[in-house]
Design a protein around this ligand. Structure first.
Ligand SMILES: CC(=O)N[C@H]1[C@@H](OP(=O)(O)OP(=O)(O)OC[C@H]2O[C@@H](n3ccc(=O)[nH]c3=O)[C@H](O)[C@@H]2O)O[C@H](CO)[C@@H](O)[C@@H]1O
Ligand SMILES: O=P([O-])([O-])O[C@@H]1[C@@H](O)[C@H](O)[C@@H](O)[C@H](O)[C@@H]1O
Length: 381
């Protein structure tokens, strides 16, 4: 069977990470997995065979792009707040259909609202093809982000052969639109080889894309939080972003005099990332939205107690507070107080460490990959 995962990019990022992790695990004697990337950045995550990767890139001239943008705005005004996104992604639709035919793809897995909006057209052209819509954001976030082309998006969801969600909340939402909606968790995406934190440092770990887009990761709140923490607690950060976002973040750190409190050494990978987690005692997330949160799960698997904002993903991973601490973002003072108190409470740290390790077992890669293979195989019966 031939399976193709489509992603906006194969660069740094959680979606990219999990698409390649699940994809490479499914790729075996029986199945060949292909990747269709909408941008042309080479893959950041390991894919051992370049022949299975298609990097589209944007080959439209600046002039064409400008015309398209203008006509999109015009359509948006005329149709009072809606446009047909498929008029503006003809290159992608043509290329993906060509790729499906060329590689004899049986199952196509789409991973964004834009891509899902194209399902009716792809289905018309490729009658035998099965299409999976894999939702990586929370339902609130993906619905909000696709508001201007919601008709296209929901038509796509309705026609999907399977909708895969990461949490109960998002599964419940999409089940009302398409009965073929199921939950498959993301697997643990780091291998600590059974090592766990010894909970002895005064470091609080934060791992994230450095991005200010939509305020998703709450980096502004992280700065506020850092200011409220006592002198002996440090926030260590692993992550990178665009040049602009990195500059903004550096400036925020220095403007607030936090150079000693926030230790940020850029992106980390492999053993360096494992060490980053292991060298800390608590993991925090200040995200305003998370469809899942691979970083919380990675931290849990390495035995870190978690304190997080109550995003859809964190609620599922921490089972509404059973396996870690959830705290609202509107009271950053309280968030800081929880960190400070937990740092001073060794028995509570050990208790939360056990809970993290216990919960992380529900996200075993082997089990999750089996669920994917079973789902894909059943689609073709
Ligand atoms: C806002 C939102 O809804 N985001 C979702 C998005 O990913 P998003 O990219 O926002 O975030 P995640 O935190 O899930 O993943 C980040 C990944 O990048 C890696 N990393 C990060 C920093 C670094 O220096 N080195 C490094 O390797 C992390 O280890 C992790 O594997 O899709 C993920 C996969 O379904 C979901 O879990 C996220 O909830
Ligand atoms: O569900 P999700 O998108 O991850 O995140 C949600 C936020 O978008 C929302 O503003 C907030 O009120 C919710 O409690 C939740 O945190």
């Amino acid at each position: 069977m031939n399976v193709c995962f489509v992603a906006s990019s194969l660069g740094i990022g959680g979606l990219e990470r999990v698409v390649t992790l699940v994809g490479e695990s499914i790729n075996n004697k029986e199945n060949t997995v292909y990747y269709f990337s909408i941008d042309d950045k080479p893959p950041y995550w390991e894919i051992n065979d370049p022949d299975r990767i298609y990097l589209q890139g944007n080959k439209l001239s600046k002039y064409t792009q400008l015309i398209m943008k203008a006509s999109k705005s015009l359509e948006y005004i005329i149709r009072s707040g809606q446009f047909n996104i498929n008029h503006y992604q003809k290159v992608f639709i043509t290329n993906v259909i060509e790729y499906v035919n060329d590689k004899k793809i049986n199952v196509l897995v789409l991973t964004s609202a834009h891509q899902i909006a194209a399902i009716p057209i792809i289905k018309k052209e490729c009658k035998e093809l099965k299409i999976v819509a894999w939702i990586h954001q929370s339902h609130q976030a993906i619905v909000k982000n696709s508001k201007k082309f919601s008709q296209n998006f929901f038509n796509g969801i309705e026609l999907a052969d399977k909708v895969v969600c990461l949490t109960d909340a998002t599964t419940n939402y999409f089940s009302r639109i398409n009965k073929k909606t199921i939950k498959i968790y993301n697997p643990v995406s780091i291998d600590g080889r059974n090592r766990i934190s010894n909970l002895s440092s005064s470091n609080v770990s934060f791992v994230s894309r450095v991005s200010f887009e939509n305020g998703e990761k709450g980096l502004d709140l992280l700065i506020k939080l850092a200011k409220k923490l006592p002198q002996n607690i440090y926030i260590t950060i692993a992550g990178s972003g665009t040049r602009n976002d990195e500059k903004t973040f550096s400036q925020l750190i220095s403007k607030n005099g936090l150079q000693k409190k926030i230790i940020w050494q850029g992106a980390k990978q492999g053993e360096n990332l494992v060490k980053h987690y292991l060298d800390s005692t608590i993991f925090i997330s200040t995200s305003r939205t998370e469809g899942f949160s691979l970083v919380i799960l990675e931290a849990m698997s390495l035995g870190l107690p978690i304190i997080s904002s109550p995003t859809t993903g964190a609620r599922e991973l921490l089972r509404d507070g059973e396996y870690g601490i959830l705290t609202e973002l509107d009271d950053i003072g309280n968030f800081a107080k929880i960190i400070e108190e937990l740092m001073d409470d060794p028995s509570e740290l050990v208790k939360l460490q056990k809970l993290s390790l216990q919960r992380a077992q529900d996200f075993n890669k082997h089990n999750i990959v089996s669920q994917w293979i079973e789902m894909i195989t059943a689609l073709l019966l």
